[in-house]
Design a binder for this molecule. Structure first.
Ligand SMILES: NC(=O)c1ccc[n+]([C@@H]2O[C@H](COP(=O)([O-])OP(=O)(O)OC[C@H]3O[C@@H](n4cnc5c(N)ncnc54)[C@H](OP(=O)(O)O)[C@@H]3O)[C@@H](O)[C@H]2O)c1
Length: 321
């Protein structure tokens, strides 16, 4: 198969910028799209530049791009993804538009990569999970396989880049004395949409629809890198040493031992989920407590979507041989 043609929709954003960087490193043939506001803007692409095109329905539905990576927000995804799909392209969407819709695969390649292939049987649309769900499931899946997940509590410490490029600029401009913790989510009763997404997406990916999950999501004044404090209760006993050994073998996970522990600064710019502070949870039977940090723009968004893309492009290339 000739080099696949990849379209990055939302190329000027926080996630789109990293997506272009990762695709340039991999040597892909790429076109960049964003809103009319950015049409004509030149963006760095490896040693070269790429000119941003307006993401019109005509451009995305023309059938001359093999796969689109969308990071444009839920409303724009709902309008543009079906058009690109109807034009014959594979679409990997990073918004919440398709994540919890029945029939659409929600994929973390290390956890449930096989599910992505289901998209090829229908309209070729795959959803990329929330930036906290991805590292969480990378850590939970091996623990579940070893000892069975019974219950999960999680508290997040999410960086401002999770809310987009403008929020990164705002934090850079803000005096440190004004930095605060915020819960800038949409409220659904007494819970935030971020918390309910984390629960529902984790259940869908792990295929544990009844797993009890309680989450508290908080935005912290950090530029890049989300962290999570995790308390799991397991069906079978698993010592901290056994959990460390299991996670050391898990793909995309790196275990840190004290005196080292995960921080967003250490995770930022890297591709791994850093996990540490693995210890017995004294508040529950068969309980473990853990702490993770991960680059939300890379494995939490752009990199995970590219891994899904490569999985699907590999399959379609084989089909064409
Ligand atoms: N940031 C994260 O850590 C993260 C992680 C996982 C998923 N996501 C998801 O990825 C999406 C983008 O997030 P982000 O953080 O990159 O946001 P962002 O920095 O605000 O960037 C948004 C991008 O979407 C483009 N856009 C907006 N409306 C558009 C439209 N109608 N047509 C075409 N392009 C449009 C913008 O183009 P202009 O520059 O032309 O306005 C910009 O390129 C969201 O759905 C978010 O939930 C983000």
């Amino acid at each position: 198969m000739a080099s696949p043609r990849i379209g990055v929709v939302g190329a000027t954003g926080a996630v789109g910028t990293i997506t272009l960087e990762l695709l340039a490193e991999r040597g892909y043939d790429v076109r960049a799209f964003a809103s009319a506001r950015s049409a004509g803007t030149r963006l760095p692409f490896g040693d070269d530049e790429i000119v941003v095109e307006e993401a019109t329905p005509e451009a995305l539905g023309a059938g001359d791009v093999d796969l689109f990576l969308f990071s444009v927000g839920t409303g724009a995804s709902k309008a543009l993804v079906p058009v690109a799909s109807a034009g014959g392209a594979i679409c990997v969407d990073k918004s919440s538009a398709y994540r919890l819709v029945d029939g659409y695969p929600l994929v973390v390649p290390e956890v449930n990569g096989g599910r992505a292939l289901e998209a090829l049987e229908r309209d070729r649309i795959v959803a990329n999970p929330n930036c906290c769900t991805i590292p969480l499931t990378c850590v939970l899946k091996p623990l579940h396989d070893a000892a069975g997940l019974k219950r999960l509590h999680v508290a997040t410490y999410q960086s401002v880049s999770g809310a987009g490029a403008q929020r990164m600029e705002a934090l850079r401009a803000e005096p440190a004395s004004e930095h605060n913790l915020v819960m800038d989510w949409t409220w659904e009763g007494d819970e935030s949409d971020e918390e309910s997404k984390l629960r529902a997406e984790t259940r869908k990916i792990l295929e544990l629809p009844d797993l009890p999950i309680s989450a508290t999501c908080v935005r912290v004044p950090v530029l890049v890198g989300h962290s999570e404090a995790i308390w799991v209760e397991l069906d079978e006993p698993l010592s901290p040493a056994e959990a460390s050994a299991i996670l050391s073998e898990a793909p995309s996970v790196r275990v840190l031992q004290l005196p080292d522990y995960p921080t967003p600064a250490d995770a930022a710019g890297g591709d791994e989920v850093l996990v540490g502070r693995i210890r017995r949870d004294e508040a529950s039977g068969n309980g473990l407590a853990l702490f993770l940090s991960n680059d939300n723009l890379r494995k939490g968004a752009a990199l995970n979507a590219i891994q899904i893309a490569e999985l699907l492009l590999g399959v379609t290339a084989e089909q064409k041989v």
